[in-house]
Design a protein around this ligand. Structure first.
Ligand code: NAD
Ligand code: ZN
Length: 364
């Protein structure tokens, strides 16, 4: 199958996401077509390097790969100190204004390397090679880059578009099972908020997908890329429409914060978040109980979610109140009124949310 090309219209121009098996070995040719650069610098994590460094370096040989910078991509190291270290390595390796950075890895590599590209010498060219499900369907698209502060996640960053995104599903083969499944929750999210056909496909074959059937992956990932492309092309800076991508995320962030980011992979927290958001919508009479049950069943079929924390509902609510998405102290949630669409609702009575949280551990 020839690669699929999905166009993203961003404020600073158009770029393409190219998806398909074999896109990675062909990276050199596609990067060449972007025009001249003074040298290519590969940025990746130790785990990505251990599996893919040879293939990546071979692919980039034809575009004058000058140096490979391997950096720690644990969430704890997603910070300004790592950005500084990478920038200094780039200076020492001779990267100038016309350098091109290639970020190969998951969301952390993409966010950190993306922020480096946005700020090094006030901006150098960037190509993403996402190698996790989350990165392929989400973080490599849309231009959000950044790092964490001790005070919170992603508090320092920039909107910075890549020149190109190359997503090769073959790279997913080395992803640990839990990481792979975690990405599937974000895939379900796209079905719920934007693509009913995708949702139905997942209802028919989520286990096949979880077992990494190549055909299923090839159907699902480009559809998610398309869904994200559509949303961010119309609303790059999260003024309104882009908010729907946060479906399940207000609950998810509360769970992640309450457990200090140790208990759940992000997608797993989103899994719980989607169950909560669907039950909330059903309670509000927005979504039929049948549709809410369909969403919940699908989420649970991905695999057992790590149990809910012992945290009191009142504490979770407090965290939600300090969420970026609350306005004027009032709770707002992205909810789906019908599978395949979503919008933001609020203010929502804290009592109602407390009820949903109180019952969340119980199956309906
Ligand atoms: N910018 C955005 O719009 C956006 C969107 C969603 C998430 N994010 C960010 O993305 C991060 C999460 O990203 P993630 O879920 O991709 O996890 P991750 O980047 O933490 O990667 C998980 C682990 O898998 C390793 N890895 C990556 N690819 C691999 C492969 N092919 N084989 C084996 N190991 C591999 C990584 O080195 C890392 O150890 C968070 O920091 C989140 O804030 C950003
Ligand atoms: Zn997410």
């Amino acid at each position: 199958m020839s690669p699929q090309r999905i166009a993203i219209a961003s404020e600073n121009g158009r770029y393409e996401v190219v998806y398909g098996a074999g896109v990675l070995p062909g990276a050199g040719i596609r990067i060449k077509s972007l025009g001249e650069n003074s040298g290519v610098f590969l940025l990746c994590s130790p785990r990505v390097a251990s599996h893919w460094r040879g293939k990546l370096e071979r692919a980039l040989r034809s575009v004058r790969l000058r140096s490979t910078v391997v950096f720690d991509d644990r969430e704890e190291s997603k910070n300004t100190a790592t950005v500084e270290r990478i920038c200094r390595e780039l200076v020492r390796a001779g990267a100038d204004r016309r350098a091109l950075l290639v970020a190969a890895g998951g969301g952390v590599v993409g966010d950190v390397a993306g922020f480096v590209a946005a700020s090094y010498l006030r901006g150098v060219a960037l190509v993403h090679i996402p190698t996790t499900v989350v990165a392929q369907v989400d973080s490599a698209i849309g231009g959000k880059t950044g790092v964490n502060l001790p005070e919170g996640k992603n508090l320092v960053g920039a909107f910075y578009s890549p020149r190109l995104v190359l997503a090769d599903p073959v790279t997913l083969s080395t992803l640990p099972d839990r990481e792979f499944r975690s990405g599937l929750y974000e895939i379900i999210k796209y079905g719920v908020i934007a693509d009913e056909r995708l949702f139905v496909f997942l209802e028919n074959s989520v286990e096949t997908l979880a077992n990494r059937d190549a055909k299923a992956i090839d159907f699902v990932i480009p559809r998610c890329i398309q869904a994200k492309a559509k949303v961010v092309s119309r609303d790059e800076r999260e003024s309104g429409l882009r908010e729907i991508l946060n479906f399940g995320h207000t609950f998810a962030h509360a769970l992640e914060t309450a457990t200090a980011y140790r208990k759940y992979l992000h997608g797993e927290a989103v899994g719980w978040g989607m169950i909560a958001a669907s039950r909330l919508a059903a309670r509000m009479g927005l979504l039929t109980t049948e549709s809410a049950a369909r969403i919940e069943r699908l989420v649970r079929r991905v695999g057992p979610l790590p149990a809910l924390p012992a945290t009191k509902a009142s504490r979770l609510l407090e965290i939600m109140h300090s969420d970026k998405k609350t306005r004027g102290g009032q709770l707002r949630f992205v909810l789906s009124g019908k599978i395949g669409s979503a919008e933001t609702f609020g203010p929502i009575a804290p009592k109602l949310v407390t009820k949903v949280l109180g019952h969340l551990g119980r199956e309906t």
